[in-house]
Structures are given as C-alpha cells and as structure tokens.
Design a protein around this ligand. Structure first.
Ligand code: ZN
Ligand code: ZN
Ligand code: FE
Length: 756
C-alpha cells in the first residue's frame, strides 16, 4: 500500500479533468481525492503501488481531449486510510492563474445525441458537454464558472442541474450546459429585424440559402455571412455587398467525405480539420469541382472548415456541397458579435439573420492554418487556440506587447507563459481600435496580469504604438519590427542563442527611419544587429505603390536602366500610359512621396507586374500569392543578385536579376518559369549569405520570420537548402510568421531588454 500526492499543472480546469480523475480512480479501486488548486489540479491516491503507477501512466497518456498538461509531479506521502475517492471542493480559493480553455468544436458524443430522435436534446442547437462547446468567447470574468459567463442569464432546469452535479455524468460542471427547456434559442429575422414567426428557424434558413439568400448566422466567436457556395449569383452578391472583390472566401462542408468532392485532402489536413480547434485549413482545389469560381478566384486552394457548432451541423443537414462562411463584417472591420450590432452593421449585406440569445463576450474569428511538409503553419491564430499560452523556456516579466498595425494581435506574458490574443485585425479604424482596447482590458482581467512594461513597434503612426505611448505611469519599451519577428520565432522554438535571422515581409519601420522588409539580422532575444538587406528602392506614392504593383516594377526598371527604360519592349509599358509613367518617374527623381524601402514583399510585387500577372491588387499579398501559384516547379535556374559591401552591411542588389528577367520576358519565357527562377534566386541569395556569415562568425542557427514566409515554395526550398548545408533552421508553427505573431517577439525582447 502507498499514498501519492500528484500535482498537475496546465489547462486542467474547466475541461472535465476532475470527473476524468474520479472515474479513473474508481476504476482502479484507489481511494483519496481530487481538487482544483491555485496551480491546477491536486490529487491524492492511496492503494496498491502498481495501480498508482498505472493510474499516473493513464493520466499522462490519455488525458481528457481539452486538457493540456504541462507538468506532473509525484510525491509519496504517509498513508491516510481513506475509504473512498471523492471530488473535493477547491482546497484554497482558486487563484486566477488557472488557465482558461479555448472554444472547442462539438464532440462526437454530443453530435450523436444531437441527431438521436430519442435524446432529450435532439436537434438542440446549443448542446455541449465538459469536452466541448464555448469557453473563451463566453467568459466575462474568472474563475470559469457559469455565473461569470454569458450563460448566467439561463437558469438550469432540474434535469440539466442533475447532470451538472453528478461527477459520473459527462456534463459534470459543464458551465454552458443547457437544453430545449432551459437554454438559449435561435430565431430568424428579416433585414429589418422582424422575427419570422411560425417557422422552424433552421429549416427556413436552409430553404432561404437554397434560394440564394445571404444569411448572417450568429456563431461562436461572431457572425458569419453564409451563402450556397455553388451558387455564382449568391457568391457575387455577397462579394459586392461586403466590398470584398477577390479575397478568397472560406467554405464549410458537412465532413471530409463531402469536401473530397471539390478538394484534395491529405491525411494530416484531415486531422487538422477534425481537430478540437476546427480551423480553416487551406486545401488544394480538385479540378472540375462544382464550387463557384468566385469563391477563390485565381487561387489553387480553398479555405475549408468543418462545422464546429451544433447549429452548423443542423444547417448543413440541408445537403449543401458547401456553404460560404465568411466573417460577418465589412472589409477590414472587426467581426460582429451582438444581435443589434449585426442588424445595423450588416444591414444591406445580409437578407436574413439567424440569431440567438446567448451573448458572445469576446469576438474571435476563425483560425487559418496551412500544412507545409506535413507541419502546420499558422496563418491566423484565433478561435480554438486562444487563450492557450505559448510556453517559453524562461520566466518573463508581466508585459503587454501591443503588436503591429496589420493583422494585429496583442501579447501578455506572465511567468513562462505568453498569451497571444485572438486576431484583432487591421488597426486602421475606430471599430478595430476599440476592439484592440477591449481585448487588452478583457485579457488582463481574465489572466490577472498587470503589465509593468509595455512593448510597442517603433513606427510612430501605428495606432498600437500611439496607444502604448499614451499609457500613463508604465515603463515603455520600443522594439524594432524585424527584431520582433525573429524573436517571435526564437521564442516559440524555445531558442535563447544568437541566430542568423532572415526577416522578410512587406514593411516595418527601420532604425534609420526607412521602410525595412528584406533583412538579415544577427539576433537573440535581447539584441540585434542588421548585417544585410535589399538595396533601398523608392516606393513611388507610398501606400499607393503597395496597392499598385506596376509602380514597383517601374521603380525597379528605372533603377536598373535609368531613363532608357522607355526603350524596353515590355507589355507593362504598353499597359501603363506614358503620361502616368512620366509622373511616377518624376516622383522618383525628385524624391516626392517616394520613401525608400528594402522590402522583399515589394520585390515580389515588382516581378509579378513585370511578368504580367497583376498591376493592381485587391487584397494584401495578392500579387505575391499569384506569383507563387504560377511557378513551374521543374525549373531549377536562378538569376544573379549581387552582394555589395557597405561597411559592416551587405547590400543585396536585385538589379542584375531585374535585367535578366527583362531578357527572359523578351525571349518569350513563360511567367511560371520566370517565377520559379525568381524564387530560386532568393534561395540562392540567402543560402550564399548564410554560408558567408557562418565563415565569419561560426553561427549555424538560422531563423525565418515575416509574412513572406507564408510562401510555401520559398519556405520549403530555403529550409531544405540550408539544412543540406548543415544549418539548424527554425521556422514558425504555433504562431503566424506574419505580423499576427509580432507581439510575442515584442514581449520577450522588452522583458529582457528592460533589465539593461
Ligand atoms: Zn460534447
Ligand atoms: Zn435544461
Ligand atoms: Fe512584418
């Protein structure tokens, strides 16, 4: 006989951990107790020593699906001769460090009940249990208890209450527990807010979708706008009304079997689609599919997701091949969450609104993931992942990092945990700014973090920077954009050493006041030194040059050929009127509204315009995405990019490459071949430069970050080339390489740097 005290930390509260332990102990005939405490769950068990070992083994290998165990410590203690096993009420006041679970897709047990005509919750759109359902999005305050959630206004009926109190029931302490009798309900209203009475709201929604209507559907983390994805007219109407011209729309299909009709789904992709997080996964289109071509024009992929709430499952009973499920907002504004807000903001977009009366407290968009060489690459980390912390190898101060301007997220740190917020979006309007402020207030409250330090980007015009600078009485710490990118990659990979950091993105404020974006840094979590970058090039018109890639093409042509560029035989020059070109060249010559940039993203834009793919973009990154999509993968050639030394700095000049691209265009080379050679040139450049740096410094660890590393071709080819050369390569997987991951790097750098 032995007695063991077992302390478990991680996400172990509010995820069915105590009932799981209870049943396990009863099954193994062990006595003792389980209870929540300030750092997680505490267990004492008494019985046969071998059985205790098996019991611990089972906890480690088979925990409840939502639990994330970060540590288990076991001490053997004197016997206490208990006669039973019990779930004790919390021994001490539950401290607020206990982690909160993200929102979780409906589980298979609940799904079975949902479609079982003999079940008392048959067809109930809010069925959930300890293993599934809303969490983060309904929490007002902590501890995670019904009275601190938006379920507060629903009083459980006796049947639900019994389940809630029974440790052997799978709804024991399931805070959102509800049924037809006592829980939230759905209802359908027209565009004016009048309820359609006397109809089954779900069946009516299905029939309206079949007729081509645009329906706003209230979900878990916000509203979606839905249309039948096979109906061209409906998809076009949605695009027109939402002011979303070409950016791909996410689609939801009932299950993978159905989705296989229009997409190729690899086993790992299926695993992700069906995971408790249920993110949007980018999957390859199947040729000749029946999805409307307007869903994802000129894109080889669909953004696919599977139904994750009971309501989604009920709607997809309508036998749709797929539904467009795009976030319920006007382009670039935050997603709607309140009924009244949706009726106002989505008026004129949605024909009908499928509403419910359970409030959403914190808007949370769908997450987006792509698989690269079978490993997940996060594009947008939001619902299902937030607020799960990134575990760091070191203890940090309590920091609030304010993130960037685009794809904003914020980050809060405490101990060895970094909490990256959900996707907040483009911080460019009042709605987004108030969502940003709300998120900071909400997260600091539920995580009980009082930041002593505030980290921000050096860009003086970012709203996130302005917010940081307005915080009274806090220590502030500015972090250079690309250093933050590299540090975010190091932090998630738990690397504390100094590395060669390759940071490639669209733009970030540089230490010399110029717009950086094609940078090689020697960096660790404290310091950074810029060692190489793309040659500065004028960005004629500033933001206009970002929207109009032809301007970048012209800027590069002018840099490579001077005024003689007009003699070139290029279709680009005939597409853009001479007058217009002269104005741009004048702007470059006279340095009018033409800031200098070393951006790698803009180099992609220039090449995309040169080969005739795209002169104007409708959404960020579009030209680069299309350039990647045209690659003919057999091509192994590359173009020269020259290295020029300027003191300590190496400048990468793409001008020789631009001249060779022009020659190739004149030879009639296909865009796919030129694109492949362009991508290969970047691989060659960074491989060569890393070799040079290794000779000089002996460093052999390389980290990649920045939005350009969402480019699969560049990411995989550069990784394998550097690995062949013996480098250790670190890339992102838990957080996005784009600005959505920036705040993590800011937080870590500030925490370290503030010690100096
Ligand atoms: Zn469930
Ligand atoms: Zn009930
Ligand atoms: Fe960036």
């Amino acid at each position: 006989m032995s007695r063991a005290r077992i302390q478990i930390t991680g996400i172990v509260q509010g995820v069915g951990f105590r009932p799981f332990i209870y049943q396990l102990a009863i099954g193994s005939r062990l006595c003792g107790f389980v209870a929540n405490n300030s750092s997680g769950v505490e267990i004492e068990v008494e019985g046969d020593e071998e059985k205790i070992e098996d019991f611990i083994g089972e906890i480690k290998s088979n925990p409840p699906p939502l639990a994330r165990i970060t540590s288990i410590t076991v001490d053997f203690i004197p016997l206490n001769s208990d006669s039973s096993f019990v779930i004790k009420e919390s021994i001490v006041q539950e401290e607020r460090t206990a982690l909160i679970s993200p929102d979780i897709a409906i589980c298979s047990d609940c799904l079975r009940e949902l479609f079982d005509p003999s079940d008392r919750r048959y067809g109930y759109p809010f069925i959930n249990c300890t293993n599934c359902g809303p969490r983060y999005t309904i929490i007002k305050d902590i501890p995670y208890d019904r009275k601190f959630t938006s379920m507060d206004s629903f009083k459980m009926c006796p049947a639900c209450q019994r389940e809630y109190e029974d440790p052997s029931n799978r709804r024991f302490h399931a805070q959102p527990n509800a049924c037809w009798e006592c829980g939230p309900r759905v209802f359908l209203v027209d565009g004016k807010g009048n309820e359609l009475v006397g109809v089954d709201p779900v069946k009516e929604t299905i029939s309206l979708l079949k007729k081509g209507a645009v329906i706003a559907i209230k979900g878990l983390g916000g509203f979606h706008l839905a249309v039948d994805a096979t109906n061209d007219e409906a998809v076009l109407a949605l695009r027109r009304r939402k002011l979303r011209e070409e950016k791909p729309l996410a689609i939801m299909s009932a299950d993978c079997r159905k989705a296989e009709e229009f997409a190729v789904i690899e086993p790992e992709e299926r695993g992700l689609l069906e995971s408790p997080q249920h993110p949007i996964v980018l999957v390859r289109k199947r040729e000749g599919n029946r999805i409307s071509p307007y869903v994802a024009p000129r894109n080889p992929c669909f953004g696919l997701l599977l139904p994750y709430t009971p309501l989604h499952h009920l709607i997809l009973q309508g036998d749709f091949l797929a539904l467009v499920m795009t976030s319920g907002n006007l382009s670039e504004e935050p997603i709607c969450i309140y009924n009244k807000e949706a009726l106002e903001r989505l008026a004129g977009i949605a024909d009908y609104f499928l509403l419910h009366n359970r409030d959403i407290y914190l808007r949370t968009d769908d997450s987006v993931v792509r698989l690269v060489e079978r490993k997940p690459l996060m594009v947008r980390r939001s619902r299902g992942y937030v607020p799960q912390p990134i575990l760091l190898p070191m203890e940090l101060k309590q920091v609030l990092a304010c993130g960037a301007e685009a794809k904003n997220t914020i980050c809060l740190t405490k101990g060895n945990r970094a909490f990256l917020s959900q996707h907040i979006g483009e911080l460019e309007n009042l709605e987004s700014l108030s969502f940003f402020e709300e998120s900071i207030a909400h997260l600091t409250r539920i995580l009980q973090i009082e930041p002593e330090l505030i980290a921000y980007d050096l860009h003086p015009d970012y709203l996130s920077t302005k917010y940081a600078l307005s915080c009274q009485g806090k220590r502030l710490y500015g972090v250079q954009h690309h250093h933050a990118h590299i540090a975010s990659c190091l932090a998630e990979n738990r690397v504390e050493d100094s590395v060669l950091g390759i940071a490639l993105d669209g733009s970030g404020y540089g230490l010399d006041g110029k717009i950086w974006g094609g940078e090689v840094l020697v960096a660790d979590l404290r310091r950074t030194r810029r060692v190489g970058h793309f040659r500065y090039i004028p960005l004629p018109g500033g933001a206009a040059a970002v929207r109009e890639p032809w301007r970048m093409a012209l800027s590069y042509l002018y840099a490579a050929y001077g005024a003689e560029y007009t003699d070139l035989k290029l279709s680009l020059l005939s597409r853009i009127p001479e007058r217009t070109r002269q104005i741009i060249v004048k702007m470059i010559q006279q340095e009018i509204n033409s800031p200098l940039t070393s951006s790698c993203g803009r180099l992609f834009d220039a090449v995309a315009a040169l080969v005739g793919l795209r002169d104007y973009i409708r959404f960020e990154g579009q030209a680069a995405m299309e350039l990647e999509a045209t690659i003919s993968s057999e091509e192994e050639g590359y173009y020269p990019i020259s290295l020029e030394q300027e003191g300590e700095l190496t400048i990468f000049s793409p001008l020789p490459m631009i001249r060779r691209i022009v020659e190739d265009i004149n030879k009639g080379e296909l865009p796919g071949v030129i694109s492949a050679k362009f991508h290969n040139s970047l691989v060659q450049l960074f491989a060569d430069f890393c070799l040079k740096l290794r000779e000089e410094t002996g460093m052999e660890k390389v980290a990649f970050s920045g939005g350009v590393f969402q480019n699969m071709y560049l990411l995989t080819h550069l990784t394998s080339r550097l690995e062949q050369l013996g480098f250790q390569v670190y890339t992102h997987s838990q957080i996005p390489p784009n600005d959505g991951g920036l705040a993590l790097g800011q937080a870590v750098i500030a925490s370290y740097g503030a010690d100096k």
